[in-house]
Design a protein around this ligand. Sequence first.
Ligand SMILES: Cc1cc2nc3c(=O)[nH]c(=O)nc-3n(C[C@H](O)[C@H](O)[C@H](O)COP(=O)(O)OP(=O)(O)OC[C@H]3O[C@@H](n4cnc5c(N)ncnc54)[C@H](O)[C@@H]3O)c2cc1C
Length: 316
Amino acid sequence: MNETIAVVGAGISGLLLARELKARGADVVVYEKSRGLGGRLATKRVEAAVFDSGAQYFTAKSERFAALVAAWAARGVVAPWPGASAHRWIAQPSMNALGKFLAEGLDVRRESKVVQVRREEDWWELTLEDQAAGRAGRLALTAPMPQSLALLQAGGVALPQTLAAELAALTYHPCLALLLTLAGPSAVPAEGVALADGPVRWVADNSKKGISPGRAAAVTVHLSAAFAAEHYAKSETELAALVLPGIASTLGAPVVKVALQRWKFSEPVAPHAQPCVWLPEMGLGLAGDALGGPRVEAAALSGLALAERMAASAGG
Ligand SMILES: Cc1cc2nc3c(=O)[nH]c(=O)nc-3n(C[C@H](O)[C@H](O)[C@H](O)COP(=O)(O)OP(=O)(O)OC[C@H]3O[C@@H](n4cnc5c(N)ncnc54)[C@H](O)[C@@H]3O)c2cc1C
């Protein structure tokens, strides 16, 4: 039997899962379709401006995650959001730095998109886009659930019926992120601002957050799930025309450049009650925020929970 464990996805759930399994002596390979690490802990550069485009910060409410965050803080990997409450953590210097840190020492194959996973006699065959196939004895899928299920379906893998129906019901809200470069400093509060009504749900100034250099503000604007669902295919110019007039006073300076990041799978609508799925008879696990909850902390705990289940069923 092939003893390698393949992990699909280098977001926080996949990276913590891989680290935990490796620490217990397993041979782990992580496949990640993007060039970047950290998944939705994402940072995007637009010319000189730098934006956290996905998760803006995270909290640590559980003892287990709080201990991890404290260890990361001691090493300078995370810090409290400047000007915000100490309960809001950000990675240093920007969100994708946490993914980079967690990937250190792991065998992470970046730009390796898995397009199908197939169960052979007692191993998994992973078909990759434009690359030789991978093989592993056990497999952990940590992409957003609809993407993980699509990989199984492409390989003709059938899950137990009730579980299959439960997982298929785990849908995601989309989000649109407008990344704005302003002509000068913004009027956005240093800790960011959540808006209750209208198309915009969140505005944060990455310059005040300490991420983006220079005098011109770099502002992340997240649009609401309902608005994003309705206008998902629109261009940045069309979205800017619809949305920016309504937040001109929040921004406080003219917009000179607009970039757009679309998040098709932003946050799970209603996560599953279980923190992870482990099917020992198939050597198959699933983790990620659809199983834990729509937050960085929950995704992290999901990855750690799956690592424990996999290690326990391997006898150590
Ligand atoms: C706009 C936005 C704002 C958010 N704000 C917050 C916030 O403020 N606080 C908070 O706690 N949470 C927030 N979240 C949610 C948080 O980012 C997620 O819950 C968490 O990061 C999910 O981690 P994950 O490991 O489950 O998934 P991901 O981070 O999505 O990781 C999955 C990885 O799998 C990879 N992948 C997918 N398919 C394949 C494939 N076929 N082959 C190889 N690799 C593949 C992806 O590229 C990705 O890197 C936000 C999310 C978004 C999008």
